[in-house]
Design a protein around this ligand. Structure first.
Ligand code: ZN
Length: 174
């Protein structure tokens, strides 16, 4: 079976579930491996239904609270356009976040790494996941779509935001 470090998400293949806590060889995090979810077809189906429902509720809540303001002084703007859910090998639903990066400046811009931030119900940041969109350059007015699976289970996430790293404004003198 596969086990994943809670902290750095490194995956390990082990012959069977360790009975005691395990230590990650990469980051040193110690965690207890939970028993794998039952592979029962009905349970999987039920998990998928729950995931779908959670994603719908989640999307509705996010759409209601979505802030429409445009950040005019930034050349690139990243927005989240949709959520789906997938169920992993353990039967745990995860959110798939899709969105768009738009170049609203008059210059050509390189596409930076994006950071998806998962927030808990109380507003605390559960996880920041950095990833690289497929496009590398955006013409003026151009955009590219992105799609990324969150590693945090859907049940823990109340809100997702997308961040771009700070970048210089065009025309800035060094
Ligand atoms: Zn680790």
């Amino acid at each position: 079976m596969k086990i994943t470090c809670d902290f750095c998400k490194t995956e390990y293949s082990v012959p069977s579930r360790p009975a005691t806590a395990v230590k990650c060889a990469i980051c040193g995090h110690v965690w207890a491996v939970a028993a794998p979810a039952r592979r029962d077809v009905f349970l999987k189906f039920f998990a998928a239904l729950c995931a779908l429902f959670a994603a719908i509720v989640f999307a509705a809540v996010v759409m209601i609270t979505h802030d429409k303001k445009v950040e005019k002084n930034k050349p690139l703007v990243a927005t989240i356009t949709g959520y789906e859910s997938v169920v992993d090998d353990e039967g745990i639903p995860h959110l798939v976040v899709s969105g768009r990066i738009t170049n609203q400046s008059a210059e050509i811009y390189g596409v930076p790494d994006l950071i998806l931030v998962s927030h808990a119900a109380d507003g605390t940041v559960i996880e920041k996941q950095k990833f690289m969109p497929s496009a590398t350059l955006l013409d003026s007015g151009g955009y590219t779509e992105f799609r990324h699976i969150l590693s945090v289970p859907v049940s823990q996430v109340k809100k997702v935001t997308v961040e771009l790293p700070d970048m210089p404004t065009p025309g800035d003198k060094k």
